[in-house]
Design a protein around this ligand. Structure first.
Ligand SMILES: Nc1ncnc2c1ncn2[C@@H]1O[C@H](COP(=O)(O)OP(=O)(O)OP(=O)(O)O)[C@@H](O)[C@H]1O
Ligand SMILES: [Mg+2]
Length: 261
């Protein structure tokens, strides 16, 4: 699979999803980070194959794209306008992608930029079934349904945006602080969730030894693991929606009133 993660806005979770959703669950895939040198957080993740190339080296990016079979392009906000300019010049490049993932978040400006991104991809002639919106940073504690939180994008989905992308209202990634913790740990969420450390035993040992630092580590470790398991379940659900056979054929916009899974 050749996947591009794109949005005109920064801070929508492109790198987060490239790492924790796409590369982490697709063995053998690598990330090409379209960023200024050493700007990508993906660099520090254990077990991931990450390369960084600025959009000014678009021909090299295009070469990589043509050569690779399993690649995730993560286009950083600082490089997005040049990347888009180059995509217009090299007209066949967009056709290389099996999927363009457009993450969006609740903030109004980011939703408007998401709409502009989808319009731009449509103008470029990309097949609408290949353009997939992922609703990121949904606050699990909010009483508002997905349709309200992302009302700009989902409103557009039923109007001007109809037939330009797949807006699957169940492709929701909850806000979860484990993504920050994972960055600090240099581990993907999937790995953090798979950690089988016995934190309860570690806690008991730390108490017996009166080691307060070890006790703190054991308590933090247990909570991080819990959050990672929650995020992992969420990521797997969205991964199945994106890559399952069912969802690939579903190009219908969100129907009003649907609640998230
Ligand atoms: N679902 C989430 N829950 C909590 N934090 C998140 C989530 N998704 C992303 N973040 C955090 O939001 C911040 C921005 O995410 P990220 O770096 O992935 O954005 P980006 O779109 O790649 O931005 P840029 O274009 O600047 O590269 C990061 O600190 C990241 O850890
Ligand atoms: Mg990024």
């Amino acid at each position: 699979m050749k996947i591009c993660v794109l949005n005109l806005s920064g801070n929508v979770g492109k790198s987060t999803l490239a790492v924790h959703l796409l590369a982490a669950y697709s063995p053998g895939s690598r990330i090409l980070s379209v960023e200024s040198i050493n700007a990508s957080a993906a660099n520090d993740m254990q077990g991931l194959d990450v390369e960084e190339l600025g959009a000014s080296r678009f021909k090299d990016i295009f070469r990589e794209l043509m050569q690779s079979e399993n690649i995730v392009l993560d286009v950083g906000a600082s490089n997005v306008s040049m990347f888009m300019t180059e995509m217009k010049r090299f007209k066949s490049a967009v056709g290389e992608f099996d999927l363009v993932l457009v993450p969006t978040v609740p903030a109004a400006k980011q939703q408007l930029d998401t709409i502009a991104t989808i319009d731009w991809l449509h103008e470029l002639g990309l097949d609408s079934r290949k353009v997939r919106v992922v609703f990121n940073q949904y606050a699990g504690d909010t009483q508002d349904p997905v349709e309200i939180v992302y009302s700009q994008v989902l409103g557009y989905a039923t109007a001007d945006g109809r037939g330009k992308a797949v807006y699957e209202p169940h492709a929701v990634i909850d806000r979860n602080e484990v993504f920050e913790l994972a960055k600090e740990a240099g581990q993907v969420v999937r790995e953090l969730a798979a950690n089988t450390a016995d934190w309860k035993a570690a806690r008991g040992e730390a108490k017996r030894a009166g080691d307060m630092a070890a006790l703190e580590r054991a308590m933090t470790g247990q909570m991080t693991h819990d959050l990672a398991v929650t995020a992992h379940e969420n990521l797997m659900r969205v991964y199945a929606l994106l890559f399952g056979e069912q969802s690939a054929n579903d190009v219908a916009p969100a129907s009003p009133g649907r609640k998230r899974a």
